[in-house]
Design a protein around this ligand. Sequence first.
Ligand SMILES: [Zn+2]
Length: 296
Amino acid sequence: MARGRITDAVKNGRVLVADGAWGTFLHEKGLASGECPELWCVEHSETVLEVAQAYVDAGSDMIETNSFGGTSLKLAHYGLAARAAELNEAAARISRKAAGDERWVIASVGPTGKLLLMGDVTEQSLYDSFREQMVALAAGGADAICIETMSAVDEAAVAVKAAKENANCEVICTFTFEKTSRGDYRTMMGVGPVDAAKAATDAGADIIGANCGNGIERMIDIVAEMRSALPDAVIMVQANAGLPQNINGRDIFPETPDQMAAQVPALIRAGANIIGGCCGTTPAHIRAIRGCLRRY
Ligand SMILES: [Zn+2]
């Protein structure tokens, strides 16, 4: 395989560029709110391919998949639980087509929305739902499974195990943090960056980090905490384009591509190895980050 392993590329000293937001991009291309995004992998596969291709063209080293809500537990909201394997395999095939042999496909796996703590779901059915999704993503050609936007460490650990035990892929696990009134960072379930990163690592994750929730400025603090506790970890960040400003009831992410790229050197100094975008980021943001790394 020309591209090798992501972790080996990082250990050889490369800083890698991931991709940017998918959801908003698909909405721009006509996905209606209330529609199942993953269904577009079969019903509008050319449009999904355009999103992946736009990030390839912008200079991403790795491309996600349109499968964030692709567990059967999530797809059940649309009456599509029985099509989980089909939709995830299609999602991976689309991104594989765009990524070619040179770039990695990192297959997106989001939270199920079910909390083990609340007894919403048993650990076994949570595991089974993740396993089904991950086997299908691997079958479609994913190089890595990217478990993201996690807030509960128990769910994240089940997801990491399901990936390690059933898909022959590297496993990424990123959490979403908010800044508290005390000035530290916690997930919605109250977990700090170091505990989250350690839990994911203990479960077997190859790459850990943070996505969504913050712009690069706050991600610098989060990465520095993770880096000091886990000096050898491979750390990935997918930051929003700044903190949202609510304008006429809509969240607007204010940072321009250049504003975001200007903070990238500090994020690397804090310890980030893989940098991409989340809410509010576009191919233009990724192109600016790529340009910054070329000069860095
Ligand atoms: Zn986001």
